[in-house]
Design a protein around this ligand. Structure first.
Ligand SMILES: COC(=O)c1cc2cc(CO)sc2[nH]1
Length: 229
């Protein structure tokens, strides 16, 4: 059963990259089908408007609920998971990507402006799985880039998408923390040598060196990922 993804957005062109590279191949292989929908196709006024001023005042504009209701109703089934990217959401992570990779149908509602009228989430929550997700502690101009990131992170975990599942095995056995540094040919580049141990062929010494490098890097860049932190 291929994973189906429907993206609803006012910027369909943002999703052209999904036709490239790994994401493109995943679609050609039939493992994943991705459809992009222009929210304005679901408006009914002459100006195809999608936003209005916020109740309670405040800066910016809020996306009106009806076009979203029409657009989501056009694709939703009882197997759907509705994902709403928002800075206020739970933090997206590799475990969440793995969950999404094993879903049947994902609907991404890409908001812009100050967000989507909250009643859209309230309306679908009793009917299907609804997840408000952020991709990090910063604010983008809309949910489109967040959706691209979540789709890429999830689709690469769909069984069969990655030609070499070996890289997934390494990833999953990754010690808590960040990855060790990688090197390839040439052995010397602009006077800089590849660490000797990597050319030694001593696999247990290489494994030890890589574990040490991972710990050093994690301590320096991501102490929050160290065990017991
Ligand atoms: C890390 O930032 C996000 O995940 C993010 C998602 C969204 C949606 C926006 C407009 O509705 S702004 C924004 N930022």
């Amino acid at each position: 059963m291929p994973l189906r993804i429907d993206v609803i957005t006012i910027f369909p062109d943002y999703f052209a990259p999904l036709q490239l590279s790994l994401m493109g191949k995943a679609q050609q292989s039939g493992l994943v089908t991705i459809a992009i929908h222009d929210l304005r196709e679901f408006t009914s006024d002459r100006h195809r408007s999608v936003d209005d001023t916020p109740y309670g005042g405040g800066a910016g504009m809020v996306m009106t609920p009806e076009p979203w209701g029409q657009a989501i109703d056009a694709v939703v089934t009882d197997q759907s998971t509705l994902i709403v990217p928002t800075p206020a959401g739970k933090l997206f992570s590799q475990p969440v990507a793995a969950e999404l990779a094993h879903s049947t149908h994902l609907i991404f509602a890409c908001g812009r402006y100050e967000g989507i009228d909250q009643r859209v989430v309230e309306y679908y929550r009793p009917r299907i799985d609804v997840r408000e997700l952020s991709i990090g502690d910063y604010v983008l101009a809309g949910g489109d880039v967040a959706t691209l990131a979540m789709i890429e992170a999830s689709v690469r975990l769909v069984p069969g998408v990655l030609g070499n599942p070996e890289s997934l095995v390494e990833e999953s056995h990754q010690l808590p923390g960040v990855e060790y540094p990688s090197y390839t040919k040439p052995p010397t580049w602009r006077g800089l040598d590849v660490p000797e141990v990597l050319l030694s062929g001593h696999h247990d010494q290489i494994a030890r060196w890589r574990a040490e490098q991972s710990t050093i890097r994690t301590t320096h860049n991501r102490p929050d990922l160290l065990p017991g932190s």
